[in-house]
Design a protein around this ligand. Structure first.
Ligand SMILES: [Zn+2]
Ligand SMILES: [Zn+2]
Length: 472
């Protein structure tokens, strides 16, 4: 693990580049959260890449903002942005020279008047754009715009203050300082109700948090961020929130295993993460899913395979396991491929193990017709092969639409609702900050097979028996 982290920190600018791309990545997957008008008419050249949704959503809220982002990244268009995400442009043309410049460029992508949406270039005096002193997050072109906006902004100012700290602290994930070292679970997964319980298991929590606060990257961060360093207690809370977002993925997988009654202590298990994208695979480390092994200490071996057309090449690009993996550990790999094609070429030929569970983080198949079409073969495959499946969503509206889509496909919904391992980090929609923030993996749906077959008696009993092993 140490090797892996030190390897990451050697190449500083690799990280600086990726973290500069991050802000837009976070916006794109929530294209539809922003407002109902944001639904894109153009689903992009191939209907599967989600970044075009982000650009569309962004420009419909703040005209010209996507160009500001591309300019800050030294990219000429959306195609170059895509190739940067795919790793083909790293280290070449970003032209960044210092941490200060990097943080400045990130901040520049947030600079527009929250009231009239004007960008600095649209103002007679670009320097007139002033930041809200409370949240250090949103900007105004004038006192009058700020006054008009305050009744709306005051409901979000506090949360936006946290979001502004978190998006800087998040850089520590790229440097390898986060997530901090965590303990093997001393309690059974079903005994934990959420992050409060998880934190109470971390015996060395204060020591680990202090270590993060005193780390070199944390010092570099605040001497270059162009914002005052928050007080230690606030910074510690931010570290916890950013860590919760990182660990939300392995723990949601664990929650999925639990929901479907699997016991990793009794059998080795394979989990496929479908629709994996930059969010899960950009700069991913082979240790990224280790919390899952700590959750089920004494497990018979867990394998997590990330599959999706937007998977980014990196350390975890390696073949899936054909046979059983090492006991007590998680073996992580990634494949840039549509899931139904991966299934045909790898699962059916036994080059990859058949999954016990399939998980999709924020599939967004409700967001546009193009994406739904991209997801259709995968959803039908999961339904027809009766693969236990769990998908997550940012908010209850996404949950509702996705339930409708799955109902139309006659998928048998086992359960749905709020995810106990929802990220604690508030996420603002970059182009419309005065909106209720969303949280990664906030909600989930678990489904198994099709409605008809499960209503034919026998299957139901079998399922219920399987599910009764764990409290839901
Ligand atoms: Zn204004
Ligand atoms: Zn504010």
């Amino acid at each position: 693990m140490i090797d892996d982290k030190s390897k990451k920190t050697n190449n500083d600018f690799y990280f600086t580049d990726s973290s500069r791309i991050k802000p837009l990545i976070m916006d794109k997957s929530k294209a539809n959260v922003c407002s109902s008008q944001c639904h894109p008419a153009d689903k992009g050249p191939d209907g599967v890449h989600t970044d075009c949704l982000g650009f569309f959503s962004m420009d419909s809220n703040v005209p010209g903002l996507s160009n500001v982002i591309l300019a800050n990244l030294n990219l000429k268009d959306q195609m170059e942005y895509r190739s940067a995400l795919e790793g083909t442009k790293y280290g070449k043309d970003f032209g960044i020279h210092s941490h200060r410049e990097m943080f400045q460029k990130i901040e520049d992508t947030f600079k527009f008047c929250a009231e009239c949406k004007k960008l600095p270039q649209d103002l007679i005096d670009p320097a007139a754009l002033r930041r809200c002193k409370r949240c250090q997050n949103v900007y105004y072109c004038s006192v009058s715009c700020q006054k008009v906006n305050w009744p709306t902004h005051k409901a979000f100012c506090k949360k936006l203050q946290l979001a502004a700290i978190d998006r800087l602290v998040e850089w520590l994930v790229f440097t390898g300082v986060l997530p901090f070292t965590t303990c093997a679970w001393t309690r059974q997964p079903h005994e934990l109700t959420g992050w409060g319980d998880w934190l109470s298991m971390q015996e060395n929590l204060e020591y680990e948090l202090d270590k993060v606060l005193k780390s070199d990257p944390m010092r570099i961060l605040w001497s270059n961020a162009g914002k005052p360093r928050p007080e230690d207690p606030d910074l510690k809370e931010s570290v916890k929130r950013v860590t919760s977002e990182f660990l939300s993925r392995p723990l949601t997988i664990g929650f999925g295993l639990k929901t479907f009654g699997f016991n990793p202590l009794k059998q080795p298990l394979t989990i496929h993460v479908v629709g994996a994208s930059h969010t899960e695979t950009l700069n991913a480390r082979v240790t990224d899913m280790d919390e899952l092994a700590r959750m089920f200490s004494g497990n018979q071996g867990l394998e997590v395979v990330m599959v999706g057309p937007e998977v980014v090449k990196g350390d975890i690009s390696r073949p899936p396991l054909k046979a059983l993996g090492p006991k007590g550990k998680v073996y992580l790999s990634a494949h840039k491929e549509f899931y139904h094609i991966f299934w045909e070429s790898m699962v059916e030929t036994r080059e990859a193990a058949r999954p016990d569970l399939v998980v999709g983080f924020h599939p967004g198949f409700h967001a546009s017709q193009g994406l739904a079409e991209g997801w259709l073969p995968t959803l039908l495959l999961l339904r027809d092969y009766r693969i236990p499946s769990l998908f997550t969503f940012y908010n209850d509206l996404e949950l509702k639409y996705s339930l409708q889509i799955l109902a139309e496909l006659e998928c048998h919904i086992i359960t749905s609702g709020a995810n106990p391992w929802c990220s604690l980090k508030p996420e603002q929609v970059q182009s419309c900050p005065n909106k209720l923030p969303v949280y990664c993996n906030g909600y989930y749906i678990a489904f198994l097979g099709a409605v008809e077959e499960s209503q034919e008696g026998e299957d139901v009993e079998e399922e219920e028996e399987q599910l009764s092993h764990w409290p839901l």
